[in-house]
Write a protein that binds this ligand. Structure first.
Ligand code: TYC
Length: 107
């Protein structure tokens, strides 16, 4: 009971103090894209536009960054959204027979 954030140790007459919870921000996760030797550049650019909402210029910049540096950030989301996007993209890549890999990284 005293470890529960909804309660403090003062006597508040049973009133739940939830201000702390209301101001907590959700943890955020980076969706990282990894380079490989086989996925076509145009496919990666299309994925960045379709699944992450980047315009053509941003998508090309991110794709080239990943191609040259090995890893890059597609976007930053809550855990559920980040996981869903990474899964959707990898499922789509496998359907198209590309080995494209994404990973989550806590901010
Ligand atoms: N390296 C790939 C190629 O030369 C392109 C590529 C870029 C693949 C980014 C994956 O996440 C990636 N066709």
């Amino acid at each position: 009971m005293s470890n529960d954030k909804r309660f403090d140790d003062d006597d508040n007459g049973g009133v739940i103090l939830d201000k702390k919870i209301e101001t907590q921000k959700p943890a955020l996760y980076r969706v990282l894209m990894l380079n490989d030797d086989y996925t076509p550049m145009e496919f990666v650019v299309m994925v960045l536009q379709r699944f992450f909402g980047h315009n053509t210029e941003a998508a090309q910049r991110i794709m080239l960054h990943v191609h040259q540096r090995g890893v890059g950030v597609c976007g930053i989301f809550t855990y559920e959204v980040a996981e869903a996007k990474a899964d959707q993209v990898m499922t789509f890549a496998r359907k198209n027979e590309h080995p494209l890999q994404l990973q989550l990284e806590k901010e």
